[in-house]
Design a protein around this ligand. Structure first.
Ligand code: MN
Length: 129
């Protein structure tokens, strides 16, 4: 099985460290960006299998970055999971509207985080049973 690549766009280094640690436990290859502008460039260049998108970022925020990625032919197929804060009511709806494919609430639940990501890596092709 090929190792899957996850691009994490997150400006908080504590969250980044946690997510990186969990993803490595899950045997994912991890790419990191601390702002949306860099993250968008990395997404176009490396075509990760999944993007984890913080919402509150310096410069372009996670909603706008998602809209940009979802309006580009090159990157629209990449699933994006928003990292939203429990405190921010309405973030889930806004994440959906921006085109996010899922969301994970912060603080991140270390027990369930990897399981929540699994569906995004499943083959969309029909299985030969
Ligand atoms: Mn942030």
């Amino acid at each position: 099985m090929n190792q899957k690549t996850v691009l994490v766009i997150e400006d908080n280094h504590v969250n980044m460290k946690l997510v990186r640690t969990l993803l490595k436990i899950g045997n994912y290859q991890v790419l990191e960006a601390i702002d949306a502008e860099t993250g968008i460039e990395m997404a176009k260049k490396h075509r990760p299998d999944l993007i984890l998108m913080d919402i509150q970022l310096p410069g372009i925020d996670g909603f706008e970055a998602t809209s940009i990625l979802k309006s580009s032919e090159d990157t629209r197929y990449i699933p994006i999971v928003a990292l939203t804060s429990y405190a921010m009511d309405g973030d889930k709806k806004k994440a959906e509207e921006a085109g996010c494919d899922g969301y994970a609430c912060k603080p991140i639940n270390t027990r369930t985080f990897l399981d929540k990501l699994t569906p995004f890596f499943q083959d969309s092709t029909i299985k030969d049973l």
